[in-house]
Design a protein around this ligand. Structure first.
Ligand code: PGA
Length: 262
């Protein structure tokens, strides 16, 4: 597992956007063999989307042959609800780049048949040959996508009930009213994430410090779903200084030394 520690969230976003652009270009995607990108919502990736839009506007990257799969979507919110992840993705990213609408995949939170929606999503990912690069954030409880603590490490796309801590964290988007936050979501599973060829988890801010400590310094444990990253062959965790505040000094020094020598 590679751990990259940057001074601040802007530097994290710049690095991640650059890495995504580099990975897409390296793959030389075509209509027949597109680059498959897994994407998150939330506050953490906003800077990455801004930076990718800039790279597109400066003609440094094209999304013509990029296919995306979002990690999750709330149950019960329509795509035009401003709190839906459909809305978030279009407002913050897709409306500003040259991605084809047919290449965008987001779970349908209004479906009447959750099992079929989730199975179809897994099959669609498989049909593209899997996810090349999965970008994700981390919850203050260690969740990745909406895989809350104690989720199975082999879980696939399914319906999940959100943990009280997640509902509280996300209530900032819902007038700080926890009763307005949907209590369930459709989410890709931990198994789905682990099948991606590469995974990048981003963490910025002090409220992620305990989750990052548990992910990096504790043994793999399903109380902290992100700790499964320890088992990924190509897993990267990128943090700002705030998010590593609870790591021990030797751990921080170890990862900084390695990065300085790359
Ligand atoms: P955040 O969410 O980026 O809004 O902090 C991250 C997550 O819950 O995975």
């Amino acid at each position: 597992m590679r751990v990259i520690i940057k001074d601040n969230s802007v530097d994290c976003s710049t690095w991640v956007a650059g890495y995504i652009a580099y990975s897409i270009k390296k793959a030389k995607p075509t209509a027949k063999k597109p680059f498959v990108l897994g994407l998150p919502t939330g506050s953490t990736p906003l800077g990455v989307y801004k930076e990718l839009i800039k790279l597109y506007q400066n003609k440094k990257i094209s999304f013509e042959h990029v296919v995306t799969f979002n990690m999750d979507e709330y149950i019960g919110l329509s795509p035009d609800d401003k709190n839906s992840y459909h809305y978030f993705m279009h407002e913050n990213f897709f409306n500003y780049i040259n991605i084809s609408p047919k290449n965008i995949h987001i779970l349908n939170g209004l479906t009447k048949d959750y099992a079929k929606e989730c199975e179809d999503y897994e099959n669609a990912i498989k049909a593209y040959g899997g996810i090349d690069l999965m970008l994700g954030g981390i919850g203050s409880d260690g969740h990745i996508a909406f895989n809350e603590p104690f989720s199975s490490f082999t879980s696939r796309t399914r319906i999940k009930t959100l943990a009280p801590s997640t509902i509280k964290d996300n209530s900032r988007f819902f007038d700080n009213d926890i009763t307005k936050v949907p209590s369930q979501a459709l989410t890709i599973g931990i198994g789905t994430i682990m099948d991606a060829k590469e995974v990048i988890i981003m963490a910025t801010g002090e409220n992620k410090a305990e989750a990052i400590r548990s992910t990096i310094e504790e043994p793999i444990n399903h109380k902290c779903p992100a700790s499964i990253l320890q088992m990924h062959r190509y897993g990267i965790i990128i943090c700002d200084e705030e998010a590593v505040k609870k790591l021990s000094s030797p751990t921080i020094q170890y990862f900084k030394d390695i990065e300085n020598r790359i």
